[in-house]
Design a protein around this ligand. Structure first.
Ligand code: CA
Length: 234
């Protein structure tokens, strides 16, 4: 049986077009025309992926995204989400990715590109769910439970956004190895966002403000002009 995709889009023309294209590709498709209905449908947990417009009546796409990512049901909380927007501002992109969107498309977009990103997001989810079977990664007392999606230090649970979590995960999985910004972008964001590697610096800054600065432990080290590394001992 094909994967189920939920389309949340208030523009009937786009929504109808997406439905036809996705069905043609063998996906099962359901639609919602506003944020509230979209959220309600997403919370049933029967979808493998969601295509979510940003500008929506009732609840906007960012708010829908935020509520889904906060879900205690992990299957729902980690559902791949591809955001759609008519706007093209970098801040929107960062806000979407920071809120835990897996990918981002600016309208108008080529359907082939969206289909490729959907395939990629679904594949990535399969790979990560296989990986999450066991793993807890640790460094200098900082533990990352990939299965429970939790980061802890000294009994504290550290709240990270989806994207911060993914970046920390790549760094911890490559302990003692310098990871380039490009690799971080590719591994934590799924593919190359047109070379916008400075986005990585922004996330690393957020991570440090939640980890290194709070606990006065140096986890993330900058390797100038290259990238970042987490070392077992400094
Ligand atoms: Ca819209």
């Amino acid at each position: 049986m094909g994967n189920s995709i939920l389309i949340v889009e208030d523009e009937e023309k786009i929504s109808r077009f997406l439905e036809l294209e996705l069905k043609h590709e063998g996906y099962l498709v359901d639609k919602a025309a506003n944020g509230r209905d979209g959220l309600e449908k997403a919370m049933t947990g029967k979808f493998d992926l969601m295509v979510l417009d940003v500008m929506l009546p009732e609840l906007n796409g960012f708010e829908v995204l935020r509520r889904i990512r906060k879900s205690e049901n992990q299957v729902i909380g980690m559902m791949p989400i591809i955001m759609l927007t008519a706007r093209d501002a970098v801040m929107d992109k960062v806000a979407g990715l920071d809120g835990g969107a897996d990918d981002y498309m600016t309208k108008p977009f080529a359907i082939e590109e969206l289909l490729a990103r959907i395939r990629l997001a679904l594949k990535k989810r399969e790979v990560s769910s296989a990986k999450e079977k066991s793993s807890i990664i640790e460094c200098k007392g900082l533990t990352m439970d990939l299965k429970r999606y939790e980061v802890r230090y000294n009994g504290d649970t550290i709240e990270l956004t989806h994207r911060e979590f993914e970046i920390l995960k790549v760094l911890l999985e490559n302990k003692n190895i310098v990871v380039t910004r490009d690799t971080l972008l590719e591994k934590a964001c799924g593919y190359d966002y047109m070379g916008e590697t400075n986005v990585i610096d922004v996330y690393v800054r957020y991570l440090r403000s939640k980890l290194d600065d709070v606990y006065n432990v140096k986890w993330i080290q900058t390797v100038r002009g290259v990238g970042y590394v987490i070392k077992e001992d400094n």
